[in-house]
Design a protein around this ligand. Structure first.
Ligand code: FAD
Length: 297
């Protein structure tokens, strides 16, 4: 028996650059699109059965995939449920943040305006406690439904069990926990004000971020009391280019792909930034982006 026979719809040798916002990354041996929680759990079980490494992929918007790709099964979440119950939104992990924002706005609910324009999914956002403009997803998560790969059980975690911190959560520390869905609590608000706030936030992004180029958003976390972008700028690295990869001149914490850029060159720029910032400020920058397929990330 092979995984191809057991997991219907599985694809082979799929280029991951087509599934990341960086538009970078080699092939994965196997690729599967899960359209429900059941399909997701089944795919994980199959990976275990056939002793394949597996990786859960949302929108690939916080991800650097190596040029060599990934030896294993990538499970991508797509076409999933999202529904409203009073002032709560239930969303499966593959739901995009933009869909969530739209649903909240249409129903006069406030609390998600900061998330407009973040090109990720609910699962990716909860894992990294995504945030902007002084808010983050932890402020609205009520509970999270998870699949524990180690004991094959589904359980519910309350907000406090998720150990949210700045771009941190229990899911980062415990990769055996896969996010299946979440319930968010929002507040009743005024649609006009909500829409205005969203517009303002989107304008801010457009002005400050190089949205015209593929990227993975901010590369580094901000060190306490500091801005990673400013530190990089002060090292004179704004605009520094290796191959087709460049440190954005618009926002130095963004690394952009000028077209057919290579992960290896992104990695070189990341190492250069870390070295220079440490030399000049004695600060160790920590990556916010996640790596896939690197031997020593
Ligand atoms: C232009 C731009 C602007 C951005 N602005 C912001 C911003 O303002 N704030 C911010 O926080 N981020 C920002 N981001 C980064 C990114 O969009 C978010 O962090 C987003 O939440 C990541 O979600 P994703 O679905 O793309 O995750 P992916 O990149 O697909 O995955 C990220 C990590 O999460 C894991 N993961 C995904 N789904 C699950 C799941 N169901 N269960 C367990 N693990 C899972 C993956 O395995 C991986 O390790 C920006 C990115 C871009 C390109």
């Amino acid at each position: 028996m092979t995984i191809e026979k057991e997991l219907s719809g599985i694809q082979k040798n799929v280029l991951l650059k087509n599934y990341t916002t960086f538009k970078i990354g080699g092939k994965t041996n196997y690729f599967y699109i899960a359209k429900s929680k059941k399909e997701l759990i089944f795919a994980v079980k199959m990976a275990k059965k056939f002793r394949l490494s597996f990786f859960i992929l949302g929108k690939g918007s916080k991800l650097l995939v190596s040029d060599e790709g990934f030896k294993g099964l990538v499970i991508k979440l797509e076409k999933v449920n999202c529904k409203l119950e009073n002032e709560k939104i239930y969303a499966e992990a593959g739901v995009s943040l933009n869909r969530l924002v739209k649903m909240a706005t249409e129903n006069n609910l406030t609390g998600l305006e900061w998330a407009a324009g973040i090109p990720g999914t609910v699962g990716g956002a909860i894992r990294g406690n995504a945030g902007a403009f002084g808010s983050s997803i932890k402020d609205i998560v009520e509970k999270v439904e998870v699949y524990d790969v180690r004991n094959d059980k589904v359980k519910i975690l309350k907000n406090k069990d998720c150990q949210f911190g700045y771009r941190e959560s229990t899911f980062k520390k415990n990769p055996h926990l896969i996010i299946l869905s979440s319930q968010f609590h929002l507040k009743g608000g005024d649609k006009k004000k909500i829409t205005e706030k969203i517009k303002e936030n989107l304008n801010y992004r457009k002005q400050r971020q190089p949205l015209e180029f593929p990227s993975a958003g901010s590369v580094f976390k901000n060190p306490p009391g500091d801005s990673a972008g400013e530190l990089i700028e002060k090292c004179g690295l704004r605009g520094k280019q290796i191959g087709k990869i460049k440190i954005s001149e618009k926002h130095a914490n963004f690394i952009i792909n000028l077209g057919n850029g290579r992960a290896g060159d992104v990695k070189k720029l990341i190492e250069l930034i870390k070295k220079e910032v440490k030399k000049k400020f004695a600060i160790e920058l920590e990556e916010e982006i996640q790596y896939l397929g690197f031997e020593n990330p």
